[in-house]
Design a protein around this ligand. Structure first.
Ligand code: F6R
Length: 357
């Protein structure tokens, strides 16, 4: 039920702190440590490479997941778009472990890959919001997102829940490999939930920025480096699907190698800045677009912020920065869609789950 909310999308954006807190409870043992089924850990410890397979927003969560898995478990990880996997099949390692990310658990493109990997006898884990869904039933293991039904076509809380589950998974595996001595994810996902709460509590300021920056534009750009680049892809998908503004997510440093030709007077360029080592470079790239007339907006994390930044999010563990920095981009998309009079929850041409290949 929508309750007092005008649209499911806003309700689901607002639910994210609660979703993360619930996840932390669901994945905690009696000793208050994060835990997952030992069979999953054993299976992944036997493997030599992880292949994440997903579509759309779930694919973007997978890009963040790759960073988390590699940093915390040192297991090489590849991320693949499910619709390409069958034709552009990567060379598989000796002992692959497959992770299917799917909110609905019904995406046909992803299922096709699972049918293949099952035929080859490879172990698989589905991370999904829907118990008993096709992907969940057909894969070796399942981890649930516990996000509650996601009704709006544009995915929001499933993205953050997927990243949180991948962070929990990575930490548990990292601890068992002896790479991590003291887990921090229980605390730090909680801190991220608080950060999200403070961002959604201040949504009016983001609504104003949506009118100021996105009310008349035909195209827009999100830029970032590293983790922020992965979030830029998701931010762009969210904005384009609900506002119909043609939006590209770009690696900030790549923009000048051609695409900067599209920057005109007043083109919105939004930079995501949560990574210390690359913040200066991203700011430089934003400046390059401003010099060519772009209407620039910076979303940065406390500690890296500058006085001119339009949105500053609270500081969180940089491994989890995506959980917090994506929230203003979800709200920008929501308000932009609302102001343009679009059907926020049911954008044209889209279905909630894509069950054809
Ligand atoms: C975007 C969106 C889609 C889905 C994609 C995968 O907001 O909702 O891109 O993320 O169709 O769906 P699932 O996760 O159900 O496999």
């Amino acid at each position: 039920e929508k309750g007092t909310y005008p649209y499911y999308m806003l309700k689901e954006i607002d639910e994210q702190p609660a979703v993360l807190r619930k996840l932390l409870l669901k994945y905690q043992n009696e000793a208050n440590q994060l835990t997952i089924d030992q069979k999953i850990v054993d299976s992944i410890l036997e493997s030599d490479r992880v292949y994440i397979v997903a579509a759309g927003t779930s694919y973007h969560a997978g890009l963040v997941g790759k960073e988390l898995i590699e940093k915390m478990t040192h297991i090489p990880t590849e991320v693949h778009v499910s619709s390409e996997f069958g034709y552009n099949t990567p060379i598989l390692s000796e002992k692959p472990f497959f992770i299917f990310l799917s909110q609905s658990g019904e995406t046909a493109d992803s299922r096709q890959v699972l049918v293949k990997t099952n035929a080859l006898g490879y172990p698989s884990l589905t991370i999904t919001n829907v118990p008993g869904s096709t992907l969940s039933r057909e894969s070796t293991f399942t981890l649930l997102l516990h996000a509650g039904p996601e009704i709006a076509v544009a995915s929001t809380k499933a993205y953050t829940a997927q990243i949180a589950v991948l962070a929990i998974f990575s930490e548990v595996v990292g601890i068992q490999k002896g790479l991590i001595k003291h887990g921090v994810m229980l605390r730090d996902i909680g801190i991220a939930a608080n950060a999200i709460q403070s961002i959604v509590d201040d949504k009016e300021s983001i609504e104003e920025l949506a009118s100021e920056y996105l009310s008349t534009s035909r195209n827009a750009f999100y830029i970032g480096r590293g983790m922020d680049y992965h979030v830029a892809l998701e931010a762009a998908l969210k904005l384009k699907e609900v506002s119909y503004i043609q939006t590209e997510g770009f690696a900030a440093g790549e923009l000048k190698h051609g695409t900067i030709a599209l920057i005109e007077e007043q083109t919105p360029v939004i930079a995501l800045i949560t990574e210390k080592s690359v913040a200066g470079h991203t700011r430089g790239n934003l400046q390059e677009t401003k010099a060519r007339g772009a209407h620039t907006l910076a979303i940065s994390m406390e500690g890296l912020n500058r006085p001119e930044d339009q949105i500053v999010i609270p500081h969180v563990n940089p491994l989890l920065s995506s959980l917090a920095i994506v929230i203003p981009t979800q709200l920008l998309a929501y308000y932009c869609s609302l102001h343009r009079g679009n059907d926020v929850d049911k954008p044209r041409n889209l279905a909630k789950s894509v069950t054809v290949e």
